[in-house]
Design a binder for this molecule. Structure first.
Ligand SMILES: Nc1ncnc2c1ncn2[C@@H]1O[C@H](COP(=O)(O)OP(=O)(O)O)[C@@H](O)[C@H]1O
Ligand SMILES: [Mg+2]
Length: 370
């Protein structure tokens, strides 16, 4: 008996034991275990105290807390473990692009925010998406390609004329987000008349002659519809995916279907559908009014078999945030409206990670000797 106790006491906890246990924890979105996904790094073992870094594929991971909890619980269950110290971290993986399209160095994922028609809240969603991702710790840029109605500068609260460095334009930073828009280069109400080839070269310059630096996500606010800009963007670079914004009443109209078909033909993955102006919540008693009908966006997502990324209510504070240049996720982060946008941002980030992991069939090699 004494021999046995002595033996168990001297069993040393090894890195292999920790990794072996953690293989039981699966990422629910990526459908693989966290060790295979190379999310566990820098394991340190000091007697019964185990520490490691848990590297997610996005700082905006919707299941971050759940994964942390499960990892801690699993390692705690190893005999002899007294304490577990998990440091949560994130590295956005780069998806390998389509071979015939040149990637933009430094930009990991381009997310196109699009819709069938104007006025559904594309720019509002794009701006709050970019700011949410940035708030959660990602490196983010926003590019306004709506040359006819560039709203991004107003919504981001900036109107600085961008500076040049050599032949590169330096994007001003608002709310932590590198921002570029034709509205910054052509301030005022002067109308711009662009034809297809000019649009093409404008989009190209915005992508390649702006000093974006290292970005996890570049959010692109698109003009409405299925026009030249969408075509140019899809031809020039590989896009991680498109977020389709709709309102409940637009659902009946088939505009979304046109947008869906266009991206499908251009081989741009659809990350999912956001339903904006989904409902109105009475500020007095919280009752929800589905002014334009309930559940349309979700039904549409189901019909096209694409993810439903979330519903955003119609609210005065959201409109005011846009007009004042302080997006609601920055100005009133604790509000229900801001949380609706954060939910959308987390779902978008998760879909981008899923697409990246799918595209990179060869996962990063696990290096035990780190
Ligand atoms: N959820 C919302 N609640 C209230 N107002 C909104 C909401 N989404 C957008 N808006 C407002 O509706 C108008 C059109 O939105 P915008 O984002 O510019 O649409 P788009 O880019 O699709 O043309 C803007 O004044 C904006 O502030
Ligand atoms: Mg717009």
């Amino acid at each position: 008996m004494t021999e046995l106790t002595e033996m168990t006491e001297t069993i040393e906890i090894t890195e292999e034991m920790v990794l072996g246990a953690l293989r039981a924890v699966k990422d629910p979105d990526l459908h693989k275990d966290i060790v295979t996904l190379n999310m566990i790094r820098d394991i340190k073992i000091c007697g019964g105290v185990i520490g490691f870094r848990f590297v997610l594929t996005t700082p905006a991971c919707p299941v971050r807390d759940q994964l942390k909890f499960e990892a801690e619980k699993t390692v705690m269950a190893i005999a002899g473990v007294e304490r577990v110290e998990v440091k949560m971290d994130a590295e956005v993986p780069k998806a390998r692009g389509v071979i015939d399209k040149a990637d933009i160095e430094g930009i990991k994922h381009i997310i196109a925010v699009s819709s069938g028609k104007g006025g559904v809240g594309k720019s509002t969603v794009a701006v709050n998406l970019a700011c949410s991702l940035s708030q959660m710790g990602a490196r983010v840029g926003i590019l306004d390609t709506d040359v006819y109605g560039p709203n991004v500068p107003i919504m981001m609260g900036g109107n600085d004329m961008p500076m040049a460095k050599g032949n590169l334009i330096i994007p001003p930073v608002y709310h932590g987000v590198k921002t570029m828009s034709i509205g910054l280069l052509n301030p005022g109400d002067k109308a711009v008349v662009w034809r297809g080839p000019m649009l093409h070269s404008a989009v190209n310059q915005f992508l390649r002659q702006v000093e974006w630096g290292e970005l996890d996500y570049l959010v692109v606010d698109m003009p409405p519809g299925t026009g030249d800009v969408q075509l140019s963007l899809a031809q020039m670079v590989s896009i991680a995916g498109a977020v389709l914004v709709t309102t409940p009443q637009e659902v009946a109209l088939g505009d979304v279907r046109k947008a869906y078909n266009m991206f499908d033909q251009l081989h741009v993955p659809i990350l999912g559908i956001v339903e904006n102006m989904s409902y109105f919540e009475c500020p007095n008693d919280g009752e929800k009014f589905y002014i334009f009908g309930n559940g349309g966006g979700e039904a549409l997502a189901e019909r096209y078999e694409v993810p439903f990324l979330g519903a955003v209510p119609i609210a005065i504070s959201i409109r005011e945030g846009g007009d004042l240049g302080v997006p609601i996720v920055i100005g009133q982060p604790e509000s229900a409206q801001a949380k609706a946008f954060v939910n959308v941002a987390q779902n978008v980030a998760a879909q981008v990670s899923i697409a990246a992991i799918k595209a990179n069939k060869a996962l990063p090699v696990l290096n035990l000797k780190k």
